[in-house]
Design a protein around this ligand. Structure first.
Ligand code: 13P
Ligand code: SF4
Length: 308
């Protein structure tokens, strides 16, 4: 069976849209109607006229699309495609944390569950985190969750103190500083670019720090340079497609794995076959409690409004 042809046929017949994150496997990125970062994907989900949203990403992203489109069907190729960062912030513990600091504005990174979003004042992504934090009056104390690395980076950039939740991404904490230094010694003419979910010592080596789309745009606007890329290795597919002549090396992970780079096994759970199956069967479907949707929508809408 020609999966690509079958998916395209089903998509048309069912008026479905395929949204994919840059960390998805190349064949999924190639068939998607839109490939983007977390902010771009939320913006597309908010705008779509499709009846079915096939979300080729991880659970919290599909959940965000569902919160923005409660009457639409949102399907995720593999329901087990979770996120270590989202898992590091359980709702009950986070509720107690926010209740212990009632005077704080709660800003949450989009990589969290719908329940955590429902406990937030405003959501952000790595594309707009600095802008969102800066939109809060300086004298207002802030809780920032769940990513402590992104939180620490924002504190450094804004010079503002925030109360951080102790969460992190397994993929961005897997980069090896020793191997990165060794690699850079071999290739001193390569510039290091990094995602702000990475640890501070990795960020200190970087010429540019930004979201996945920020990193792609940076590479595009510096076509004469070569790069070591410190984020999930799926991003290299889009970079190579858009800049075939730019030399790119994925930043090395502590543990050797198949590609000697960092891969998110949650993102890689989605395959073209699973995408076909979920479009055909309209399952597994994302369900979010209507009461949670009611409370989680406003903080997401505030973010979208501030990102225009
Ligand atoms: P962005 O694509 O928004 O930069 O986020 C990266 C990420 O970790 C998604 O899970
Ligand atoms: Fe979560 Fe990290 Fe995977 Fe992104 S790369 S989905 S933050 S585990």
């Amino acid at each position: 069976m020609d999966l690509v042809k079958e998916i395209q046929g089903l998509k048309k017949k069912k008026n479905a849209v395929i949204l994919a994150h840059y960390y998805q496997v190349p064949e999924i990125q190639d068939i998607a109607d839109y490939v983007g970062d977390s902010l771009g994907l939320s913006q597309r989900a908010a705008e779509t006229n499709a009846d079915i949203i096939v979300f080729a990403g991880v659970h919290f992203m599909a959940e965000t699309a569902k919160i923005l489109n409660p009457s639409k069907k949102v399907v995720l190729p593999d329901l087990n495609a979770g996120c270590s960062l989202a898992d590091s912030c359980p709702p009950e513990a986070f509720k107690q944390f926010t209740e212990a600091h009632p005077d704080h504005v709660v800003i949450t990174y989009v990589n969290c569950s719908a329940e955590i979003k429902a406990l937030s004042d405003i959501v952000c992504t790595s594309s707009n985190a600095l802008k969102i934090v800066q939109s809060i009056p300086r004298e207002t104390p802030i809780i920032f969750a769940p990513d402590k690395n992104l939180g620490a980076y924002i504190m450094k950039e804004t010079g503002r103190n925030m109360l951080l939740w102790d969460g992190s991404c397994v993929v961005h904490e897997a980069f090896s500083m020793d191997k990165l230094i060794e690699l850079h010694k071999k290739h001193p003419d390569y510039k290091i670019i990094a995602h702000p979910e990475s640890e501070d010592h990795i960020l200190k080596t970087a010429t540019y720090i930004g979201s996945t789309s920020g990193m792609i745009n940076y590479v595009k606007s510096h076509a004469d340079q070569k790069f070591i890329v410190a984020t999930e290795a799926g991003i290299l597919h889009k970079m190579r497609e858009e800049m075939p002549h730019t030399e790119l090396i994925p930043a090395p992970a502590k543990e050797d794995n198949t590609c000697a780079c960092s891969e998110c096994h949650f993102m890689k759970m989605n395959t073209l076959q699973k995408l076909y199956d979920c479009l055909l069967n309209e399952s597994p479907e994302i369900e979010v409690d209507p009461g949670i949707i009611d409370r989680a929508l406003l903080p997401i809408e505030r973010m979208l409004e501030l990102s225009k």
